[in-house]
Design a protein around this ligand. Structure first.
Ligand SMILES: [Zn+2]
Length: 436
């Protein structure tokens, strides 16, 4: 179901005219109200009046996360603080927290794009949606919540944690949809198994998963465990929050970017040069309607490709591929680039392995080594010879895929690796710990 068919199926030439009008207005607004943008524009010798065509966006300066830290807390807001209806912030695990704000109108737009996204996943007014994204400063919980209310579904604000209670609520209330991180969905599935709750006891038809990169192999595991469509949602607080883009079940092949509100580019992460459709690079977003916190060419650090083929669902908004990884999650091991998702793809080939894993990078003398930690699926009969053989097989396959042979592949007993209650920790880089 299209929540806003007029917008979601708008002919592309009309959509692009709308984008250009909105881009010009956003650029003028940001230039007039945010000193950092005015300074950057002046440094590049570019003025809002220079934007005469959508392709002129490449003349504008990039914005990066560090800009938000440097202007902490309110330096990039384009409206007086008293006009803010809400503030969200990142956890600041890699430095100072980054703060974003919304006017009442911005919150309306956000609810609109999330309502579209939930409907796109297969929700219908009257459904029950179990929202296990964390509520609070993180945009996941409240973002999905407002969109669900806008759509007219009954929302269960479960937030994260207390997983056994979540399973009981899913069963007792008969939720039709589940939203959370994909790693938390796996935690819920495992808890169901522990509690003896079969998927047939649930009424889930669709899951809306995002906030961390995951793979097609992980999608198949989740769909099998819940008996539902598992779909990708995309967003980040700097651009808006969840609901910037959403995958449709008709094709499950990329996420429609809501292009009437967001202008998307893909650039080479090293040089910043624009890349053609189909090429994987860094996603860059310019907001087209936000008032409190307009972003100009924000570099997300997320790696994906734009796909321009039309979609069977009838939506005209272009699709982005699933996020293949994050620029800052990329491990460089002996000069080779390694993404955790590539390891995940290989591990998920084995039915005897559970979908829980962690990578450790250690420095031993002059060399860096990758170690892989994964665990057995519960109930698999294990003996030492079988374990040794499987470890060898995985190490060899990873060598072929990554061009780096892991020093060790440890297969742990079922249920022993840390479980996600939000974003999963996939990499422990002991090189960084050692150098402090
Ligand atoms: Zn579609």
């Amino acid at each position: 179901m299209q929540w806003n068919a007029l917008m979601e199926s708008m002919p592309r030439d009309e959509l692009q005219r709308l984008q250009l009008d909105r881009l010009q207005a956003t650029v003028a607004h940001a230039y007039a109200r945010v000193p950092l943008y005015r300074r950057r524009f002046e440094e590049l010798g570019v003025h809002p009046d220079d934007i005469r065509d959508l392709t002129d966006v490449v003349r504008l300066p990039f914005t990066v996360k560090q800009d938000l830290r440097d202007t902490y807390p309110f330096g990039m807001f384009a409206v007086p603080r008293s006009e803010l209806a809400r503030i969200h912030a990142s956890s600041g695990t890699k430095g100072k927290a980054t703060v974003v704000g919304y006017t009442r109108g911005d919150l309306e737009v956000w609810a609109e794009v999330v309502a579209r996204s939930i409907a796109c996943a297969g929700a219908r007014p009257g459904d029950i949606l179990h929202n296990a994204y964390g509520y609070g400063l993180f945009t996941g919980g409240l973002g999905l919540h407002a969109g669900a209310e806008r759509l007219g579904v009954t929302v269960v604000p479960a937030s994260g944690g207390f997983t056994r209670r979540q399973v009981a609520l899913l069963q007792d209330f008969g939720a039709n949809g589940l939203c959370c991180t994909p790693s938390y969905a796996l935690n819920i599935a495992e808890t169901m198994a522990d509690m003896g709750v079969d998927r047939s006891a649930l009424q889930l038809r669709y899951g809306i998963f995002g906030a961390e990169p995951w793979t097609e192999a992980m999608r198949r595991r989740i769909e099998e465990q819940f008996g539902m469509d598992a779909l990708n949602i995309y967003g980040l607080s700097e651009v808006m929050g969840p609901g910037v883009a959403m995958e449709c079940p008709e094709e499950k092949a990329g996420l429609h970017v809501w292009e009437d509100h967001f202008l998307v580019e893909v650039v080479d992460p090293e040089t910043g040069s624009p890349l053609p459709d189909g090429a994987v690079g860094e996603l860059v977003f310019t907001s087209l309607t936000k008032q409190a916190f307009p972003v100009i060419r924000y570099r997300t650090g997320d790696l994906a490709a734009m796909l321009s083929e039309p979609c069977r669902c009838g939506r005209t908004h272009r699709r982005m591929s699933r996020v293949k990884g994050r620029v800052d999650d990329m491990l460089i091991i002996r000069g080779v680039n390694v993404f955790p998702q590539e390891v995940e793809l290989e591990l998920m080939q084995f039915e005897t392995l559970a979908p829980h894993y962690q990578l450790t990078v250690v420095r031993d003398g002059p060399l860096d080594h990758l170690e892989v930690h994964v665990e057995w699926t519960a109930g698999v009969p294990v003996n030492d010879a079988f374990a040794a053989e499987l470890s060898q097989t995985i190490a060899e396959r990873l060598r072929e895929r990554l061009q780096v042979r892991p020093r060790a592949v440890h297969i742990h007993p079922a249920g022993t690796l840390p479980r996600s209650e939000g974003k999963a920790v996939r990499v422990v880089d002991e090189r960084a710990l050692g150098s402090v």
